[in-house]
Design a protein around this ligand. Sequence first.
Ligand SMILES: *Cc1c(COP(=O)(O)O)cnc(C)c1O
Length: 480
Amino acid sequence: MHDDPASLDFSGDDMYAMGENVLRRVVDHLTSLDQQPAAGDVDAAELCRALREGPPEQGTSLDDLLDPFFNEWVGRSWTASGPGYLAYIPGGGLYPSALADLIADTTNRFTGVWQAAPALVQLESNVIDWFADWMGFPATTRGLLTSGGSLANFGGIVTARERLLGTELRDGVLYTSSQAHHCVLKAARLAGILPDRVRRIPVDEQFRMGLDALSDAIRADQDQGLRPFAVVSSAGTTNTGAVDPLEAIGELCAAHGMWHHVDGAYGAFFHMVPELRPLLAGLSTADSLALDPHKALFLPYGTGALLVRDGEALREAHAGSGSYMPPEALEGFFDPSQYGPELSRPYRGFRAWLPIKLYGTARLRAAVKEKRDLAVEAADAIAALPGVRMVAAPQLSLFAFHLEWRGATQDEQNAATEELMRRVVARQRVMITGCSVDDGRFLARVCVLSFRTRRDRVEACVEDVRDAAQAILAERSVRT
Ligand SMILES: *Cc1c(COP(=O)(O)O)cnc(C)c1O
């Protein structure tokens, strides 16, 4: 570092050395991911207590800071970027996105307004247009890159509210399924749609929103003098991967003058694959759609996206100005801050643009398709195991199952299923998680979506589930 005590700059040589130092560590980390424990050791309360400290008065060398980071701290976490991560909804984190972030953060141009960096904003605008194209959305579509699916859902609900309720929020009612992601309820609350105006519609045996129940609920609210204004459906729930009947929900919304927002944070990118589009029929008719590039487009955490079919509605819900601001974008160009809540923002577009251009859509599409194929194969193998009941077969790339045997109570079966999950995770080849569904059953769930998860790891998962199921049933003297 510079001798001048007030300078924060480094010499070119220093920057090279620091960059090489970081790069060596990062690449060593990535190339050893397949040997790292799949779940990691997160029993770290003691460590976290020891890490607490006040602001450092003097600086520390980069090595002294990064040694413990890579050697002691990273491993105390779920290995969410590794091939064995079949938990929750994986993604992996593409390396080119990390390079893009380095470039975006070092060039550090202001991409909140078009005027400040028109060409860079254009790249982000292209990414949004590509998403619209993959989702079958029309040319009127505008969108926004957000920090994740939660804020994309929030933006969709705010836009629906502005368009359909105006200033009279209190009578507006929003509908979603009992299996919807909890961020939908949070987004509604933040948007001023309080919990007593949110209806959680029961699901069918495949965990999809019940159409009759939805239509009855809308009618009941209309009879009360309330104003049903939006349905938030799921294109892949987090629990079981269920895709709601999007087409029929869209038709119902159209018939009632309501807004149809689809939460596609998990499932929307499967629409990139033409053969899989029938699984998401109706998705492209939604008024708005939340996507999560940090899931099925494999980007690192911190990138979600919102598409709104009538782009003008998105702009009207978010436009703002101030006398200190530069002029608005030229006619026909995209001004990010006019389409979302942020002014200053990270240059999110580049971490999506660079990998999409580098790989090309065909390769990304093949990766998405492979995850679906692997999930179907694994689900078939696991469904054939004695004692396993496949409760939710893969609609996309996620399935959920339960251990069942004759004479057992639901509590015994739930406990056995939970035990199975624990034993599989303890082998550290894969990490899986569980969920509870409306009838009280606890399900073990497997989601294949990390780009690093290939056939060998999915086969390891099947083996570990088979061994655990066999042992657990034998211990309970279940004859299989
Ligand atoms: C992950 C997820 C969300 C939340 O998205 P974040 O990116 O975590 O904010 C919402 N809905 C579904 C279906 C999801 O899978």
